[in-house]
Design a protein around this ligand. Structure first.
Ligand code: ZN
Length: 300
């Protein structure tokens, strides 16, 4: 419904997520803010043969264009008959949730993680209503537990991030939140943090036991791991085994893109053609996505 030109035989995102969960693997969600980034993610997913979600936060989709981001993803989906979907990542108002739903995003995240649980539930309910009024088939995700907001390399842990066992999302709160809001996907704070933290005496590690407990409390809701950048491979494997069905990666891709771009500009100081000096950046980002997709889709 409503997807003009969309291959009617292709399964929707809801089905791909359910399949990942059933197989015990996770889908990957990778952020982009330009066409090179989108091609990097698409090429990687196509090479690995794994369905994929691209994400665009408010800032990223403003840069690409809200409707243009959707049009680009749909054009890849149709031309290559390949399951690539687009999520409106970290959205902070019902208005912008509605805008994304109307523009044709397959999924949207309302991010009330910084609010107290009561206000978060109230605002999430409002966002869910706006999203589904605009598109009844859209998937809605929300967050409980603050894990920072920056996809950058940080010298310290974000202030207020829920990194201790006591501060992390509890199974009881997760159950209440999901029951009251009716979201399709749920992003808890389970030791994960946005960005790559390079602070002394800090290593990002997941509380795998907590993931298991939350998964048992809300078995029919997809658990989403944000802030995947910087986590060791074994944490992804254990986290997915414990019930994660979608993993977000952004910062590591930004680092790969920027480092390769910086190298290319140094190596070809007189080159003026963007497609020549941007090519290595796109390829480096593709490689980073491929590695993560191989890991998330490994059945270990
Ligand atoms: Zn995130």
């Amino acid at each position: 419904m409503g997807h003009a030109g969309y291959n009617a035989f292709m399964k929707d995102l809801r089905t791909y997520l359910a399949e990942a969960k059933e197989k015990g693997v996770a889908m990957g969600h990778f952020n982009f803010s330009n066409l090179e980034g989108l091609w990097a993610i698409f090429n990687a997913a196509h090479a690995v043969g794994a369905p994929v979600i691209v994400g665009a936060s408010e800032g990223e989709r403003d840069f690409v264009g809200v409707k243009q981001a959707v049009a680009l993803v749909k054009s890849l989906r149709e031309e290559f008959d390949f399951p690539i979907f687009i999520n409106a990542d970290h959205t902070y108002s019902a208005l912008r949730v509605e805008e994304a739903a109307r523009a044709g995003f397959d999924a949207v995240i309302f991010d009330g993680a910084k609010l107290g649980i009561e206000e978060n539930i109230a605002k999430t309910k409002e966002a869910v209503a706006h999203a589904r009024a605009a598109n009844p088939n859209i998937l809605v995700e929300a967050e409980l537990g603050y894990i920072g907001q920056s996809s950058q390399v940080l010298k310290e842990v974000p202030a207020g991030a829920a990194l201790t066992d006591e501060a992390m999302t509890t199974p009881a709160d997760a159950k209440r939140f999901v029951e009251e809001t009716g979201v399709d996907l749920f992003a808890p704070a389970v030791g994960n943090v946005h960005g790559i933290i390079v602070a002394p005496n800090y290593t990002e590690r997941l509380n795998v036991e907590r993931i298991k407990e939350i998964h048992q409390a809300i078995p029919n809701t997809h658990l989403v791991l944000h802030g995947g950048s910087g986590l060791p491979a074994e944490d992804f494997i254990e986290g997915i085994k414990a019930g994660i069905s979608l993993v977000h990666i952004s910062t590591e891709l930004r680092v790969a893109f920027r480092d390769a771009l910086s190298g290319a500009l140094t190596q070809m100081p007189d080159e003026k053609a963007p497609y020549k000096y941007l090519g290595p950046a796109r390829n480096a980002m593709q490689k980073a996505v491929e590695e993560k997709l191989a890991l998330f889709n490994a059945r270990i």
